[in-house]
Design a protein around this ligand. Sequence first.
Ligand code: NAD
Length: 258
Amino acid sequence: MTMLKGKTALVTGSTSGIGLGIAIELARQGADIVMNGFGEVDGPRASIAAHGVRVAYHGADMSKPGEIEDMMKFAAGKFGGVDVLVNNAGIQHVAPIQDFPPERWDAIIAINLSSAFHTTRLAIAHMKRKNWGRIINIASAHGLVASKDKAAYVAAKHGIVGLTKVAALELAATGVTVNAICPGWVLTPLVQKQIDERAAREGISVQQATKELLGEKEPSLQFTTPEQLGGMAVFFCSPAADNVRGAAWAHDGGWTAQ
Ligand code: NAD
């Protein structure tokens, strides 16, 4: 599996969850990986490097444009530039609008939306020069439909779907494609926190809270996995997807079909 040999993929928020799953699948295809994100680095780095690719790590805080610029320069210096950009880093906060802490709103918009503007604007020149590039934005079912108590997250995810379309149009006559993936529930730390909070709030078991969470939104009653989303990212990188532009593809167990 060498489809991406000689190419470099930068995955924001790849120390955990979906970003790590995508980084592993891109590495399986031979891409060198620039990792980013907080928390433990060595274990995730080893699981990517196990595929025989080069792995570099930059700990930029995605809420800080200056650190993002530094990360993009670091990627260029290490591996010559970013060919596949996966904008994945994200956080969540759940509260009704009247109680929503303004600083949480600002952080979610910065990390889940504005960071993708900054990485994209800094990645385009190299991709255009090579006349090949892939920008893959990890949006959400919440980029297509809303849920209550998630104002900042839903606004940011709808925003990133809009950014995806604009970038795809601006680059439509080049070999650079821009698309979004819209997952439903994926069992990562971001969602485990919501399940645990639900169990505590309703005085039910974690197992019951998991069942309720899935049942509320996802007709398949199944989580999507990071590996499956990695497979979707690999498809977007393949020649079969050369003319897929500005799409926001759901991988959500039927959530947004309702
Ligand atoms: P996660 O918490 O497992 O991973 C989030 C990653 O982002 C981690 O690597 C974390 O360190 C990094 N991160 C957080 N804040 C950061 C910052 N300021 N700077 C740099 N890195 C930062 O969560 P996940 O579920 O894997 O989420 C990944 C993406 O997928 C997010 O954009 C999320 O909105 C989206 N998503 C998740 C689900 C789901 O059900 N889990 C569904 C749809 C979309």
